[in-house]
Ligand binder design. Structure first.
Ligand code: URP
Ligand code: ZN
Ligand code: ZN
Length: 467
């Protein structure tokens, strides 16, 4: 009856941990029981935790660049990195560069993603919300299961104005799609960058000076206020500091459908890293803050204000990060493989969160918010058998080789972690065992997303107009 039985593990979900066996049939979880006899294949999970495969809902993989090139991380290399780190599903981005449509981009990106081994869903980036894009192409995409639109409130070629952001919110509301937002103030960063460069302050350390917390807090407040005006659910991406998280907490306390994500880099790196000779390798946006911010972020995570920890994986090689001028060095760091080990180690092993909270933060909450639950992010009959056998006692020093991504650096190089994935199972198939990834290209499945409650508006607008 079962193709696979995982025996004797401590099975941890977001709502509890229990010692039980898991029976898998046809790639799905079929049975959870104290003891499952027989089975064609049996895996001994004694002494290990068994957690749902990670869902990383913020990954930049094989994105076409504005110049016609493509990112170094392919779906095949990203799949290796993901499996090495316990992640089995990703939500990644289809960029729209200004002047482009989105429909042909989507078809191209589907074909690229289909070459990998990871199960995948998409966010559509909107940088040019023309009538044709918003009225004709985006509805087609949503019908294809692309149920989230991403906007950047900063970045020179991608950012949208407030008017354009409102248009995206309005369209998403009509279509029942989530909006995800990069919150930093474009004009404020541009002004400060210009002044820093004029003062000769140009190295990577000044990346953090160009975009202090206040520009993130302001944009977070504005993103939320405009979403409230339109009555559209949003997720604020990569929150780097408690002052931005406080804006989210205030919105949540008022009952708004606003969620917040953070990333391991904001819990482990600081602005000081960008002052090192290899400082460019730590440059991402928002910028990592002071070391005291880590404890503040853990506090807002514990309170539930930030309920998803994604990687914001955006890998560049050392060569691509070369340069003296912070304003021209690409932003982004790789983190797909390091994400779950870092969250487990910094969170569970250091006593900041429970194992159940670890599961919620790295898998279940993202699956729910992205409309993938309970197919993903759960260990229950009917869910995909995406499972990770986790050794909570294993001590590992992170190296770039362990990350298995396409680039030659990790900002987490040399960090010691306690807790490590020893086996990753995707839809019932062992795809990583003791660091060896064994999966054939082309086996990753597209995850179309149907309408779901979390992305639906509340039906409450100012004066009741347009509700
Ligand atoms: O620096 C970052 N975060 N790069 C990736 C793109 C984004 O802003 O999410
Ligand atoms: Zn961003
Ligand atoms: Zn990103």
């Amino acid at each position: 009856m079962h193709d696979l039985v995982i025996r004797g593990g401590q099975v941890a979900t977001s709502f509890g941990t229990v010692r039980c066996d898991i029976g898998v049939a046809g790639g799905r979880i079929a049975t959870l029981a104290e003891h499952i006899p027989g089975g064609e294949n049996v895996i001994d999970a004694g002494g290990l935790l068994v957690v749902p495969g990670g869902v990383d809902s913020h990954c930049h993989i094989e994105e076409p660049r504005e110049d016609g090139g493509v990112m170094e991380e392919s779906f095949v290399s990203a799949s290796r990195a993901a499996f090495a780190g316990g992640t089995t599903s990703v939500v990644c981005f289809i960029p729209q560069w200004k002047g482009q449509g989105v429909w042909d981009r989507y078809q191209d990106y589907r074909a690229r993603a289909a070459r990998g081994m990871l199960d995948h869903a998409f966010h559509q980036i909107i940088s040019d919300p023309t009538d044709a894009v918003m009225e004709e192409e985006v509805p087609r995409l949503v019908a294809e299961g692309v149920r989230s639109l991403k906007v950047f409130l900063t970045y020179e070629p991608l950012h949208v104005t407030d008017a354009q952001y409102i248009r995206v919110l309005e369209t998403a509301r009509k279509l029942g799609a989530l909006v995800t937002v990069h919150c930093e103030n474009f004009d404020a960063i541009r002004w400060r960058t210009q002044r820093l460069l004029e003062a000769g302050l140009i190295g990577p350390r000044y990346h953090a000076w160009s975009r202090p917390s206040v520009v993130e807090r302001e944009a977070t407040h504005r993103a939320i206020a405009l979403a409230e005006l339109v009555d559209q659910p949003i997720q604020v991406f990569h929150v780097s500091c408690a002052e931005a998280a406080e804006e989210i907490a205030r919105a949540q306390a008022r009952g708004l459908k606003v969620w917040g994500e953070t990333c391991p880099q904001y819990l482990t790196l600081t602005a000081e890293h960008m002052g090192r000779p290899d400082g460019a390798l730590f440059m991402c946006s928002p910028a990592p803050r002071g070391a005291d911010e880590h404890a503040r972020l853990w506090e807002v995570i514990r309170r539930g204000t930030l309920d998803v920890i994604s990687s914001d994986h955006c890998a560049f090689s050392i060569a691509a990060k070369r340069g003296d001028d912070f304003s021209t060095i690409p932003n982004g760091i790789p983190g797909l493989a390091a994400r779950m080990p870092l969250v487990f180690s910094e969170g569970v092993s250091k006593g900041r969160i429970s194992v159940e909270e670890f599961v919620a933060l790295t898998s279940t909450n993202a699956a729910k918010l992205m409309g993938l639950y309970p197919k993903k992010g759960a260990i229950q009959p009917g869910s995909d058998a995406d499972l990770v056998l986790w050794d909570p006692a294993r001590q590992v020093r992170i190296t770039n080789a362990l990350m298995q991504h396409a680039v030659d650096n990790t900002p987490f190089e040399g960090m010691d972690v306690k807790g490590w994935p020893v086996m990753t199972i995707r839809r019932g198939q062992v795809v990583m065992r003791d660091g060896q990834v064994q999966a054939e290209g082309g086996t990753g499945e597209y995850l179309p997303r149907a309408a779901y409650g979390m992305a639906q508006p509340r039906g409450i607008t100012p004066n009741g107009f347009g509700a």
